[in-house]
Design a protein around this ligand. Sequence first.
Ligand code: GAP
Length: 513
Amino acid sequence: MAKQEDLFRDVVSHAKEYGFIFPSSEIYDGLSAVYDYGQNGAELKNNIKQYWWKAMVQLNENIVGIDSSILMHPTTWKASGHIDAFNDPLIDNKDSKKRFRADVLIEDFAAKLEDKAQKEIEKAAKRFGEAFDKAQFESTNQKVIDYRQRQKTILERMAKSLENNDLADVKALIEELEIADPDTGSKNWTDVRQFNLMFGTKLGASAENAMELFLRPETAQGIFVNFLNVQKTSRHRLPFGIAQIGKAFRNEIVARQFIFRMREFEQMEMQYFVPPGTELQHYEEWKQKRLNWHLALGLGAENYRFHDHEKLAHYANAAADIEFKFPFGFKELEGIHSRTDFDLGAHEKHSGRKLQFFDPERNESYVPFVVETSVGLDRLFLAIFSNALKQEKLDDGSERTVLSLPPALAPVKAAILPLVKKDGLPEFAEKIFNDLKFDFNVISEEKDSIGKRYRRQDAIGTPFCITVDHESLSDSSVTLRERDTMKQERVSASELRRIIDEKVNMRSLLEKI
Ligand code: GAP
């Protein structure tokens, strides 16, 4: 555990030290759970967006992208259910004065039971070796069965209590399970209360006439209210999708773990509109497609798992998370929801407009059903960044810090490094820079020894370093060093564009999906 905490601390400090992520308005001591992306962070984030956008919009003939506004008519949030139901159940510890999400305390308790079951499985796997039959063991070992049954009972009871808004029972469950404040061990809890997560704001110049608005808590509603506009102007028939990347805002009760849970964050969402009755088939397909998209990044299949929801949101008839193994354990990275016709149906009712599709095959009009994929851009950034950060021991006994980002996502694709700041080497380096800059984000660096410059580029994840030396002037060759292998080869400067492109282009990533 201590090791995981160290790793996470390294991630946070590395992100700051190398210009990826800064606390927002830091000169005023920052703003809790709000962060700014620095020069390298903004590049990495843009590249992640591009990977998502191209995979969604460019590779799928029937998906289009939009960019809707953050401020929306307030009835949107009445219709969507956010005003009435976008709440988190919160509980305070009377001794530590800390506030927690009651459902998260219970879910964490339940997750520990699953960890115990996994330990039994691992122990048995070691004991039985090759002959181990995991499925048989899981279905017959009494300890594993008991742990899982207890977990199921707890989660089902919580889901039922939350659905019925029986907050007294949520508190009773916390007390029965003897859940303590994870930091202090205190079990002295207040009652559970509901807390709406939307940020309010006002539109208008005078206080009397101002209209109460909300900063959108999800980008999805911007897609729903534009369903007809897009369907008519794109002329797509069902099934078709609308994708969007944009900011969302939530007044999170427990905003911890760096950029994992923020109050201002970005979502990449896609709503797939389908004929009623086909939604669960599309839902299963999108679960798999989205997992494949993540796997193509090469962060390791063992770091992902599905978590099917027991407790469904007010709009869903099926829902699952893709969880990722962050430095603090498996947590939600992306949500895939079958949202039924809830949203379009509710907007029809509240707006009085028909939000339907005429299906020529069925010869009828209906409100489409929706399958949604929704991934947090910042969370994905954290997954990629923390997975990439490595301390390596080298053959000569020294150590290096390397950020092994997927090359297509790296902020800087190549650094051009003249060996010395004289004898025409900077001028030669500049020529290379001026050629490569049209295709890639490249930088030129003259300061410090070549070793130090390599280390700095390793730390920001630059896939290639190009060293210009005296030989370059006579035969136009340069030394090309690759980040992960640290192998160096002599290549002609005229070959650079092709070699770099082969390694860093987005196409190679997209082809793996
Ligand atoms: N439109 C559906 C929706 O918003 P969600 O599960 O609440 O569903 C989707 O959010 C994704 O947005 C999550 O899987 C997560 O990656 C990201 N997300 C949600 N709240 C977040 C927060 N406070 N900070 C960072 N990312 C967040």
